[in-house]
Design a protein around this ligand. Structure first.
Ligand code: MG
Ligand code: FE
Length: 169
């Protein structure tokens, strides 16, 4: 039988690995986008939030007396998943990237809802609050994507149909 605090520690490490993966993915997207300035700007804002999320998780782990080591296998899992959804740098990469980002944000939302409840169950109110703060940032990113995916897709389609080189990214 595993100790409740050991489980919370492991879930925090999983979240930390998820944020490392998120940062990689967001940076790759932001670097490639050229002709969708609003999307690029929102992704760049979320890169900053993501780096801060990783640091806040590190602080939680430190306060709890543990570290972020042994994250490699989890990182591999997310890498594989994201390559599956968004790694195809096809002609419609800006649309596929939005799709993958929206899915990823929802995985983050689920993770932080679970983590906040778990930390609270373990009596770690401080970590629970951090997870709820991060949760709100993930929800804001998801809702921005939700509000803007349609116009990104329409713009892509119009440019593509008009033979514009700006369509792809
Ligand atoms: Mg995040
Ligand atoms: Fe996020």
């Amino acid at each position: 039988m595993a100790d409740i605090n050991e489980i919370v520690d492991q879930w925090l490490r999983d979240a930390h690995a998820m944020e490392e993966q998120a940062e990689q993915m967001l940076k790759a997207q932001a670097q490639r986008i050229e002709n969708y300035p609003d999307l690029k700007a929102r992704i760049e804002q979320h890169i900053g939030e993501t780096q801060s999320q990783r640091e806040r998780l590190e602080a939680c782990l430190k306060t709890r007396g543990t570290t972020t080591s042994s994250v490699k296998d989890v990182t591999g899992k997310f890498t594989a998943m994201m390559q599956g959804i968004g790694g195809v740098f096809a002609g419609d990469e800006v649309v596929k990237g939005s799709l993958a980002s929206y899915a990823f944000e929802h995985m983050e939302i689920a993770s932080y809802k679970i983590l906040a409840a778990a930390a609270r169950t373990a009596g770690d109110e401080q970590t629970a609050t951090v997870c709820e703060d991060i949760l709100r940032e993930e929800e804001a990113m998801a809702s921005w994507l939700s509000d803007n995916m349609g116009s990104v897709s329409s713009t892509y389609l119009r440019r593509e149909a008009g033979g514009s080189d700006a369509a792809k990214r």
